[in-house]
Design a protein around this ligand. Structure first.
Ligand code: HEC
Length: 110
């Protein structure tokens, strides 16, 4: 991994760690990986409509520069007419969606 990647991860971790802890405590029942597979995988594993692929570390590194909060907001509201609002997971709460985005980002780092 490149050093800049490490720094970004460190920044991300420090920025979201507290939120993550609170989130984990709140939604223990929620399975981010399973939700990803059910709702997001169809687009995000194939780069359908140029969706950022899970394995694409550089693509996610660029998106992460916006900050985790913005990524989660764009997931909730949809983005550019191609990323559907809530990633089509109508049963997901905002916290659930944040957990899925965090899962996706984790899976996209080497
Ligand atoms: C119908 C296809 C589709 C589905 C389903 C989908 N996405 Fe996306 N997603 C996209 C596309 C396309 C983009 C790129 C949008 C752009 O940058 O213009 C995207 C972008 C994103 C981004 C980056 C947002 C940003 O600000 O750069 C996140 C985070 C994301 N999706 C999360 C999810 C999650 C979580 C789910 C499932 C709950 C999901 N997506 C389901 C197509 C999809």
């Amino acid at each position: 991994m490149k050093p800049t990647g490490l720094i970004k991860i460190a920044a991300l971790v420090s920025g979201t760690f507290v939120a993550c802890l609170a989130l984990a405590a709140e939604s223990e029942e929620f399975d981010a990986a399973a939700t990803y597979k059910a709702s997001c995988y169809a687009c995000h594993s194939t780069s359908q409509a140029h969706a950022p692929m899970l394995s694409d570390a550089i693509e996610w590194e660029i998106r992460l520069e916006k900050g985790m909060d913005i990524l989660v907001q764009n997931t909730i509201n949809g983005l550019n007419g191609v990323m559907p609002a809530r990633g089509l997971c109508t049963s997901c709460s905002d916290d659930d969606l944040q957990a899925v985005v965090e899962y996706m980002v984790e899976q996209s780092q080497y």
